[in-house]
Write a protein that binds this ligand. Structure first.
Ligand code: C5P
Length: 234
């Protein structure tokens, strides 16, 4: 990486950002949250924002395939979303569980292809950049939302490993799911997220790639922290 690190850049008054992107169930959420906790940084789960947007659009009875993009963008720009610790709130309603369903993830990836919706969510995401720093996870953290992130990481894992992880997460919550169906959903979501015209899922320039297929979360967290320390010294 040759971009100047905002950590050491005396002209930059912006808090540092670590951007962690990757496909669905690559482990980025767990890794990002733990890296943020280890550094005492804020944490942004940008996928949760897209999921809440999908929920709000569905509840307003809009069909994303036929609605005017600007109407959807206006709706999500106004949604009363906030984070309270690990809980995701829509006004006074705790929607943390409602947004974690497979269906909501699928709907999120459908509305995420719409440029006006992405634009409406941009500043909301950037507002999380606060002192002493931010760890942000998603699909376009390094490429679009925080292109000046001081460390960019692209986490991957095979689709099979990701389907198995998702299966385990759901079973732990007592939700039955078929691995074959989850694998199919993951492949469809990869295809939609990777092929969209705006902010497609891809490794950003200057990002380090880490394949977590055979890595524990602990290893991945340690790897990111080590990179960050090296980056600070460089
Ligand atoms: O990360 P998560 O699976 O919760 O994200 C749900 C969906 O939201 C993704 O499949 C993707 O389509 C969309 N998304 C996005 N850009 C982000 C985060 C999520 O397009 N930064």
């Amino acid at each position: 990486m040759n971009a100047r690190s905002p950590i050491l850049d005396p002209q930059s008054s912006l808090p540092p950002v670590i951007a962690i992107d990757g496909p669905s169930a690559s482990g980025k959420g767990a890794v990002a949250a733990r890296v943020a906790a280890a550094l005492g940084f804020h944490y942004l789960d940008s996928g949760a924002i897209y999921r809440v947007a999908a929920l709000v659009i569905e509840r307003a009875n809009f069909d994303p395939a036929h609605a005017k993009q600007q109407d959807l963008a206006d709706l999500v720009a106004r949604m009363p979303l906030s984070f309270s610790g690990e809980r995701v709130m829509l006004g006074d309603e705790d929607v943390s569980d409602a947004i974690r369903t497979e269906d909501c993830g699928r709907q999120a990836s459908v509305i995420a292809v719409l440029p006006a919706v992405r634009q409406a969510l941009l500043e909301r995401q950037r507002a999380f950049r606060q002192t002493p720093g931010l760890v942000a996870d998603g699909r376009d953290m390094a490429s679009v939302v925080f292109p000046d992130a001081c460390l960019k990481v692209f986490l991957t894992a095979s689709a099979e490993v990701r389907a198995n992880r998702r299966h385990k997460q759901l079973m732990d919550k007592g939700i039955h799911a078929s691995i074959a169906q989850l694998l199919q959903d993951i492949r469809r979501r990869d295809e939609r997220d990777g092929s969209r015209a705006v902010a497609p899922l891809q490794k950003a320039a200057g990002a380090y790639e880490l394949d977590t297929s055979s890595l524990s979360i602990d290893h991945a967290v340690a790897w990111v922290l080590e990179r960050y320390e090296k980056q600070k010294r460089s």
